[in-house]
Write a protein that binds this ligand. Sequence first.
Ligand SMILES: Cc1cc2nc3c(=O)[nH]c(=O)nc-3n(C[C@H](O)[C@H](O)[C@H](O)COP(=O)(O)OP(=O)(O)OC[C@H]3O[C@@H](n4cnc5c(N)ncnc54)[C@H](O)[C@@H]3O)c2cc1C
Length: 259
Amino acid sequence: METVKPSVKLLGFSRGINGEGPEYLVACAGKLCYSKSDIQTLSDNLDEIAIKKFINKLLDLGHESPLEHASFTFGIEGISRSCSHQIVRHRIASFSQQSQRYVDLNNSFKVIIPPEIDNVDSLKKIYMDSMLNDYKAYIEAVDILKCEYIKNGMNENNAHKKALEDARFMLPNACETKIIMTMNVRSLLNFFRERCCNRAQWEIRGVANQMLDLCLEISPILFQNAGPSCVFGKCSEGSMSCKNPVKAKVKQLEVKNDR
Ligand SMILES: Cc1cc2nc3c(=O)[nH]c(=O)nc-3n(C[C@H](O)[C@H](O)[C@H](O)COP(=O)(O)OP(=O)(O)OC[C@H]3O[C@@H](n4cnc5c(N)ncnc54)[C@H](O)[C@@H]3O)c2cc1C
């Protein structure tokens, strides 16, 4: 049994027909709204400075729907089922998650250990023993169920698949899962606002921060205001505020100062 940590990889992002990045697509949409250009001439003079100008205008106005024309796709692994449950609550996104119905976890059982538990030796032992017991019970349940189904006339392959379906109820929340998620920029800004916040749970916050770093690499102008509300404004958490504002990333500050 292995313990793993959250890891995020950027798998892809929206591009223009000539390979331009997400900021070009958003700027095209912004320009169309506010200029006389027709579609054929939309990209005329749409250089780096003009792209920046259109995106800044959209962000300043809070005109966010043009941000929906660009999306980013992430491969996320090393997260717990409890973290993935929080992630998939974000409805404006597309998801594909490794199935516990079809994938047998025998010999590939991995768990996430919360840092606060990892830090206390005696508690860590209780935690790991509990995970190992769950894993052993899962393996045993698969075997017993499979035998029952075969006894009732099912072929071995189908019996094995059906056994996984019920045995997975014995797996813990800490069980590792993998997910591919695609989100448009508007939805990402909402995700970062909620999930990069100090009040978000540590695991999803770690994932959100990794995603934000990847987005900033590709599109620093689009994500110049990304993060919890305290990054460039007032905390939205009211009396539940952590009173410890998150500092904007260096790249965001550079873009801000350069406007
Ligand atoms: C600090 C914190 C605590 C939380 N605690 C709980 C909890 O105790 N229990 C719980 O169940 N969940 C909890 N959640 C999850 C939360 O309720 C949301 O389900 C989750 O954060 C997804 O956010 P969202 O709806 O903004 O995102 P999305 O579903 O991606 O939606 C994006 C935006 O689209 C709009 N939108 C989407 N669907 C609709 C709709 N049907 N009607 C109108 N507008 C819509 C909204 O503006 C929304 O912000 C918590 C989240 C946070 C950040």
